[in-house]
Design a protein. Structure first.
Lengths: 196, 196
């Protein structure tokens, strides 16, 4: 990495948790300067606008989460084990989040849905990948006989992600991870009953 | 209502959907002036700060939702019918939201959890009431024999609200109400299997 690339990466590493906690609109230029220890000119030398910085900070945060999901699924071949690994990932997202502020897809989806189309598209892209992961696990699991046949893949994907992201919201709102624990316990119960 | 009270109410009615769509931090003073057709001085004559305006706009939005939930439950005595009314309320929240921008509790929870304690406390209070509604329906339903005994009320409350709020997020992110439809269909299936 060149010096410039290093500086760029270091800005993103510092700004990603700021945006994830305070939001795109809630993070002022002075917050960004304080967080990075850089002047305005230095930041805008590397990123042409606050929006550009936010888009790349989102990509940075999402790449870390994506690596985390892959690491937690590594070595797990059975579809049910892979779904449980995804539940553990969401548990970790509230117990010990890889990026301070919780789930950047959730945070960005809520903030950007009506207000910031470029960021909303980033959140959609990341959510598309998360949904594709769940769909793939269930579809392949059915093909291999690890999951019963006839499961409505689209319904399971929407409901599982809705419940887990909603549980992130509740756990963070109350600063109490019990909402995630309960949600995961119930989803495991549904998996055992409807999928196995 | 005095003239001053009327002006105050009219400001809240115009600002509540603005905050619900763009967020507290995403709504600038010039957005607020444009939305209300008033000058800065006129707005600050009625509200001492942007935070005060946001807190009261949240209360205004929540009061409308609360009335809507009560109206949809009116006349429904049986616990299961009341739970289905709550599902219909969430369906309406994405099909034809009473306040533009979706669910103000969800939006405020996500934006304020790390960044704005006074607003976060408002979102917690509203969520407390929504949770209490679900808890009451299940507890009374159990006492009356409309819901089977031994149901874990806390788990049901957390999971049902998590799934529904998460489905609001997905439906708004994709501008596609199918995520809410699927989530409600699956919750009905769980209600019929686990509660009845």
């Amino acid at each position: 990495m060149s010096k410039g690339e290093q500086t760029r990466a270091s800005i993103l590493a510092r700004v990603a948790p700021l945006f994830n906690q305070q939001g795109y609109f809630g993070s002022s230029l002075s917050d960004i300067m304080q967080q990075t220890g850089m002047e305005k000119g230095g930041i805008y030398h590397h990123f042409k606008s606050k929006e550009q910085l936010a888009l790349e900070a989102f990509d940075y945060a999402y790449a870390i989460l994506d690596q985390r999901i892959r690491a937690m699924m590594a070595g797990k071949k059975h579809a049910i084990e892979r779904l449980y690994a995804l539940l553990s990932y969401f548990q970790e997202l509230v117990d010990d989040p890889p990026i301070a502020g919780g789930c950047p897809i959730l945070n960005t989806a809520i903030e950007a849905d009506d207000a910031e189309p470029a960021l909303r598209d980033r959140a959609r892209g990341a959510m598309d990948e998360l949904r594709a992961t769940v769909q793939r696990i269930i579809t392949r699991g059915s093909e291999r006989g690890e999951i019963r046949s006839g499961v409505d893949v689209e319904t399971w994907t929407s409901v599982m992600i809705a419940a887990l992201e909603g549980a992130v919201m509740l756990s963070r709102l109350y600063q109490d991870t019990v909402h995630m624990h309960r949600t995961i316990t119930y989803i495991r119960h549904c998996i055992e009953r409807d999928l196995v």
